[in-house]
Design a protein around this ligand. Structure first.
Ligand code: AMP
Ligand code: MN
Ligand code: MN
Ligand code: MN
Length: 275
């Protein structure tokens, strides 16, 4: 059986393994096709491609775009695009600049909550100067003993509605899908089970994703319970979306699903890689 893992992160965003280490781990884990999908950044792709030469792993160009839908963050995984696309590269540059601004706001909000030096602290965990993420703040808060694990940093400080939440500065979902299509890629709705939406709102999101010519949705993800995977498999059938899957691996300690540890795409669904 061919093993696909189409969602993971390296040091080019908020993962802790360098792209080459990720490829080595994927090879060890029996992954045949790996999409490196760093947040809003393509700079890990050349190293991943290089590391895959002479390895059993084949690299698929990937990215995880931060987008805004009804004022909420929705992640869209882009796959199979041309990494030289100017439209895509320019869009990503803008998002990364917005991330720097948001990081300053988060640092200020944490200071108001009594936690000083957070921006500098988070920057010590940054592994790509151009890309700062809430994950880096979360790792700083764990290091300082303010919280006991990464997830708690989100439930107590960084998540929506919490004291250090800053408004997400992302481009619209529609714009992000269009940019991926312009770059010759496909747009995959990432971990749909993770968005705190009512059934009605989820249907609205999926309706809009279909109307915008979104291509696929993630069925299997470390964010999904088995029930959620089943629910989104049903939605994929109903809407005619292709099915994708990915571990969303970030780090050997933090991530509870390792690279490639994913079930096969259910019968009757079209995998995102069939074109
Ligand atoms: P950002 O894109 O900067 O808003 O950061 C989002 C990232 O934070 C996600 O990609 C995850 O890696 C991480 N994250 C978000 N929510 C949680 C959570 N509840 N527990 C652990 N990590 C999270
Ligand atoms: Mn992440
Ligand atoms: Mn995500
Ligand atoms: Mn991800």
């Amino acid at each position: 059986m061919t093993v696909y893992d189409l969602h993971c992160h390296s040091t080019a965003s908020d993962g802790t393994l360098a792209p080459s280490a990720l490829v080595a781990r994927a090879a060890q884990r029996g992954v045949d096709f790996l999409a490196l999908t760093d947040h809003d950044d393509l700079s890990g792709l050349p190293e991943a491609h290089h590391a895959s030469i002479g390895s059993p792993v084949q690299i698929i160009n990937g990215v995880e775009l931060s987008t805004l839908w009804e004022r909420r963050t929705v992640h869209v995984v882009g796959l199979f695009f041309d990494a030289e696309s100017l439209a895509l590269k320019e869009a990503l540059t803008l998002v990364r600049a917005a991330r720097q601004q948001r990081a300053e706001a988060i640092g200020q909000a944490l200071a108001r909550a009594g936690i000083g030096g957070a921006l500098e602290g988070a920057r010590r965990f940054v592994t790509n100067e151009a890309l700062i993420s809430r994950s880096h703040f979360a790792r700083f808060l764990v290091e300082q003993g303010v919280v006991s694990e990464k997830q708690q940093a989100f439930t107590r400080y960084l998540g929506a509605g919490k004291p250090a939440h800053a408004p997400p500065p992302w481009p619209a979902l529609a714009e992000s899908i269009a940019v991926l299509h312009a770059a010759g890629g496909v747009a995959v709705l990432a971990h749909p089970g993770r968005y705190p939406l009512t059934d009605t709102a989820m249907r609205r999101l999926l309706d809009e994703f279909r109307d915008l010519a979104g291509d696929a949705i993630e069925i299997f993800s470390s964010s999904h319970t088995p029930q959620q995977s089943e629910r989104f498999a049903e939605y994929a059938r109903f809407y005619g979306f292709k099915a994708s899957l990915g571990s969303d691996f970030h780090d050997p300690e933090e991530s509870h699903i390792d690279l490639g540890a994913l079930p096969p795409i259910p019968v009757g669904l079209v995998p995102v890689w069939s074109r």
